[in-house]
Design a protein around this ligand. Structure first.
Ligand code: SF4
Ligand code: FES
Length: 246
């Protein structure tokens, strides 16, 4: 991408990236086609800083790229062996904290967690698996809620609040008991105001919120991240998860 002469730039891994006033490092890098690993960021939603996958070094200091404003001439280190190693550790913790069985998951090949793990060179879980007991909520006529795969990124929480204006989801609990909650009298998705047309229905980066009666529409091996690694794909997402860039 060419940078306009009158626009301020920061330097991301030796490459100049222009930015608009108030833009974050991650938003500007994404717009310019650079990949900063992330799980809880979406260009349509407000900042969260939940996953820390986007941690970069700015002038030697560790910061979250999704919550840090770009400043002129800042030197930003992104894809170094040290930072990717920290990211790999975070991913390994996420994988053992939930139940992620990629070969049996409809999201395989379209999953941001899986694609990012491949990108970071993660080859195994490293830590002992928790194998938590989590329910599958099949109460909604059109959507599944598979909490075994939830990584607590809060994208659905923010999408429902900011875009859908519904507040269907929240995060509750403490410590290892933290989980995604559904805002209905029974706590079931089917008793909430959630609808398959909601933005929150398409924003999940993993296979925790999926439509019913749709499986293998695109065969395994031909899905987005099967075709090319995440770092080689433009990520200028503006909508849902599968085909438009999550
Ligand atoms: Fe994130 Fe999906 Fe869990 Fe919602 S259900 S918090 S979008 S992983
Ligand atoms: Fe920045 Fe998750 S993408 S903390």
């Amino acid at each position: 991408m060419s940078n306009r002469a009158d626009q301020p730039c920061f330097v991301l891994d030796q490459q100049a990236v222009s930015f608009e006033e108030g833009e974050t490092l991650l938003a500007a890098a994404n717009r310019a086609g650079h990949h900063i690993p992330h799980l809880c960021w979406h260009p349509r939603l407000g900042q969260s800083g939940a996953c820390r996958l986007c941690t970069v070094k700015v002038d030697g200091r560790l910061v979250a790229a999704c919550t840090t404003r770009a400043t002129p001439d800042a030197q930003v280190e992104n894809r170094s062996a040290e930072l990717d190693g920290k990211r790999r550790m975070l991913l390994q913790m996420l994988f053992v904290e939930g139940n992620h069985f990629c070969p049996g998951c409809e999201k395989s090949g379209d999953c941001l967690l899986q694609a990012t793990a491949y990108e970071m060179g993660m080859t195994g879980p490293k830590f002992e698996e928790f194998y938590p007991l989590r329910p599958v909520d099949a109460s909604h006529p059109d959507m599944w809620l598979e909490l075994n795969r939830c990584i607590l990124c809060k994208l659905c929480v923010r999408a429902s609040h900011e875009v859908d204006g519904k507040d269907v989801f929240a995060i509750g609990g403490h410590g290892v008991g933290v989980q995604l909650l559904v805002n209905s009298a029974s706590g079931k998705l089917g008793d909430s105001s959630f609808s398959a047309g909601d933005f929150a229905a398409s924003v999940c980066p993993v296979g925790a919120i999926l439509p019913k009666r749709r499986g293998f529409a695109v065969p395994i091996g031909e899905r987005r991240f099967d075709r090319a690694p995440i770092s080689e794909q433009g990520e200028q997402r503006d909508g849902g998860s599968d085909d438009d860039g999550d």
